[in-house]
Design a protein around this ligand. Structure first.
Ligand code: SAJ
Length: 426
């Protein structure tokens, strides 16, 4: 067994990099976090976080206070580099790997023989091999596994993150990990790194398989959510309660249907299946269709709101929740933001937007006529139509009396118990 790591660098201090960096630091290892966002670097160095995630603030504060976590704008030498930068989609739904390219260029000058580089960013199959080639071009003085095999100076592996926003701090330690090495030695070295903080099992494989495992996990969930969303549209047409149909179907020992919603958001499930579609468009037909079904759901919600709003002269519509899912402040790819944006731009009615996890409207919605940001109580007092878009715990306290005599569009089935006692004009 090689020596333990004493200094690790994490490139990218976002949703994945920051919890990873702080967790490794909590194991007594020196961690240097690198980010191009000056505000994030400065906040972290003061022991603060730049997004909300349960328990992360405490973890980061402890790591910074003990001097084990430092944030910098540029990498410095370390024994291992974990690359956790975004891999968004381009406008034509293709993977944008420019952040990985920038990370490669930033670490190349400080790489030393014996170093390990692990890519964690969700990536199309072949990206880790390409990362090795790019580093080799920038550092011809070092040998890399795609050419030198087991004798390479630099070890390179892929280890996808799998943590669920809202449970990140826990899942980072508890979840099993998949480690794909460009060689067996690369995988074994990465395994040593992850064993310093992962309590779950680490399964070793090759880099391409590990890349596809990550995409498969999220595409699988997307397809299953698409089934639930399609079912909700079928039930709407047939006048049947989708929540009850799912509840009862799930009493079958081999059926486990997920929950319909206003659409699929976030930076993972709504994005990653496209990486598979982009690689093999002629084969990935079901995965592609699931994306289309889930992307179509917000339009169906808007159509429903439009239909109900037509009954009012000047409809006031309260939209509860803007984040992409419950109890997080993350608005990325949020169907709720799309829905609110569409109602406003189509001038369906006056919109009162509520999101307890943020302080003001996001740039995509701010400053628009006919849209106000307010708390849930005020919004429900004024609204003719109440649309529940996110099942935040904060909305549990809404009482049946606050929904009385309103049109209620509950896209998550969250208020079913209250709606049973509310007189709901239809
Ligand atoms: N959603 C539904 N119905 C459901 C479940 C989810 O409509 O029954 C919606 C949510 O409201 C949200 C979207 O799907 O808009 C995605 O939410 P999520 O909780 O399913 O997943 P993410 O995007 O927060 O995190 C996923 C996780 N992947 C899997 O569960 C396979 C997480 O483990 C990954 O680490 C993460 O993607 C990632 O970073 O890839």
């Amino acid at each position: 067994m090689r020596h333990q790591f004493s200094k690790i660098s994490v490139i990218g201090l976002g949703y994945i990099g920051l919890p990873t960096a702080a967790t490794i630091a909590s194991r007594g290892i020196e961690v240097v976090g690198v980010d191009v966002n000056d505000r994030a670097v400065s906040l972290i160095n003061q022991g603060h976080v730049h997004f909300i995630e349960p328990d992360l603030d405490m973890l980061v504060r402890a790591a910074v206070t003990t001097g084990r976590l430092r944030a910098l704008a540029k990498p410095e030498p370390a024994e291992a580099f974990i690359v956790a930068v975004p891999t968004p989609l381009t406008a034509d739904k293709r993977p944008d790997l420019s952040y990985i390219d920038a990370a490669v260029r930033s670490i190349a000058p400080v790489l030393e023989a014996g170093n390990l580089v692990v890519l964690e960013s969700t990536s199309p199959v072949g990206t880790t091999a390409q990362l090795a080639k790019s580093l080799a071009e920038l550092r011809p003085d070092l040998s890399f596994p795609h050419e030198a095999g087991e004798r390479s100076d630099i070890r390179i592996a892929y280890c996808p993150e799998r943590i669920l926003p809202g449970r990140m701090v826990l899942e980072l330690v508890e979840n099993d990990r998949i480690i794909g090495g460009l060689t067996a030695t690369c995988a074994a070295r990465a395994n040593e790194l992850y064993k310093t903080f992962v309590k779950g099992s680490c399964f070793l494989t090759d880099a391409s398989s590990a890349e596809l495992v990550k995409l498969t996990e999220n595409a699988y969930r997307d397809v299953n959510i698409a089934f639930a969303n399609e079912l909700s549209m079928i039930c709407d047409r047939l006048g049947v309660d989708v929540w009850r149909v799912i509840e009862l179907s799930n009493r079958h020992p081999r059926v486990n249907i997920l929950q319909p919603g206003p659409g699929v958001g976030g930076h993972c499930i709504a994005v990653d299946p496209w990486f598979i579609v982009d690689s093999v468009p002629e084969v990935a037909r079901l995965i592609r269709t699931a994306r289309d079904v889930n992307d179509g759901k917000p339009h169906q919600v808007v159509a429903k709101i439009r239909r109900h709003a037509e009954r009012f002269k000047d409809p006031v519509i309260a939209c509860l929740g803007l984040s992409y899912k419950a109890n997080v402040d993350d608005l990325r790819e949020s169907p709720a933001v799309d829905i609110v944006g569409q109602i406003v731009s189509e001038r369906i009615g006056k919109v009162l937007a509520v999101e307890p996890h943020i302080e003001s409207l996001p740039p995509a919605l701010a400053g628009q006529d006919g849209l106000e940001f307010m708390d849930v109580r005020a919004a429900l007092e004024k609204a003719d139509i109440a649309v529940l878009l996110v099942d935040h715990n904060a909305f549990r306290s809404v009482e049946a009396a606050q929904l009385l005599n309103k049109i209620v569009i509950d896209t998550r089935g969250f208020w079913r118990d209250r709606l049973a006692v509310v007189e709901r004009p239809n």
